[in-house]
Design a protein around this ligand. Structure first.
Ligand code: NI
Length: 258
């Protein structure tokens, strides 16, 4: 069975077939899904999905590209949603300097990343961290927030294997998705080779990041076996072992998931 740790099924690219697609997941081996909020609006639509599907759980939080959504009132609202029995994580939170070059806005991203890390600590939930072109500042904010005391995952990991080992030392898991199947994904393949399987989580980030041979198409969780097969090849184990161990990892981290 597969535990999908990062999906966005509330995205409008699923408007045409969301219900049939989601309903088909358990029979395709996808037994648990964490749908991840990225703004206040998508946190609301994420929570609605958890009411409809027993195997869908929520991460509540605001992505760095949407920190304009955050103020004391919406932060308080997020805190209230963390108490919902199917809220399994705070996320996705973090820094994205690829899409945001403005220093003041980057500063605002760091501020709200720190606040949402505090929210995770306070609520006892793990964090899902998004970090793009912001490796040093991500590590800096995490150190300031004593993130080694807050369990979590660096999702859609895109940095070096050395930095991955730093995150692992802080207790973090590394989220691996479709990119690992890309021909030019040398760094991520090296990272997967270097890390213990016990620190890897399977994810899609769908509708984005479809694995080969579907690169560029709309992604969904049924493509995860292609990712598991590539990881198995890199680690010299069977795909079944990858699925089993990464499921255990996910259950350990997202302990509210039944
Ligand atoms: Ni995402």
């Amino acid at each position: 069975m597969i535990f999908e740790t990062h999906a966005h099924y509330d995205d409008d690219r699923f408007d045409g077939d969301r219900d049939t697609l989601l309903a088909s997941m358990p029979e395709r081996g996808i037994k648990r899904i964490i749908n991840v909020g990225a703004s206040i609006a998508s946190t609301k639509t994420t929570l609605a999905l958890t009411e409809k599907y027993d195997f869908v759980y929520a991460a509540v939080g605001v992505h760095p590209s949407d920190v304009g959504d955050l103020n004391e009132e919406t932060y308080q609202w997020l805190r209230e949603q963390a108490a919902w029995e199917k809220t399994a994580a705070i996320g996705e939170i973090g820094l994205d300097y690829y899409w945001e070059k403005e220093p003041e806005v980057q500063e605002r991203q760091r501020y709200w990343m720190k606040r949402q890390l505090e929210l995770a600590r306070e609520t006892g939930l793990p964090v899902i961290i998004h970090s793009r072109d912001a490796a040093a500042d991500t590590m800096e904010v995490m150190r300031q927030a004593h993130a080694e005391e807050i369990p979590g995952v660096i999702h859609c990991y895109s940095y070096s294997k050395e930095l991955a080992q730093e995150f692992v030392k802080m207790g973090y898991c590394i989220g691996v998705g479709g990119v690992v199947t890309f021909k030019n994904a040398k760094k991520l393949k090296e990272t997967v080779e270097a890390l213990p399987l016990e620190r890897i989580l399977l994810e899609t980030d769908c509708p984005y990041m479809a694995p080969e041979p579907h690169r560029g198409e709309r992604n969904d969780s049924s493509y995860i076996p292609l990712v598991a097969a590539k990881i198995a090849e890199l680690k010299g184990v069977t795909p079944e072992e990858v699925e089993r161990i990464t499921e255990e990892n996910a259950r350990k981290l997202f302990s509210k998931v039944r």
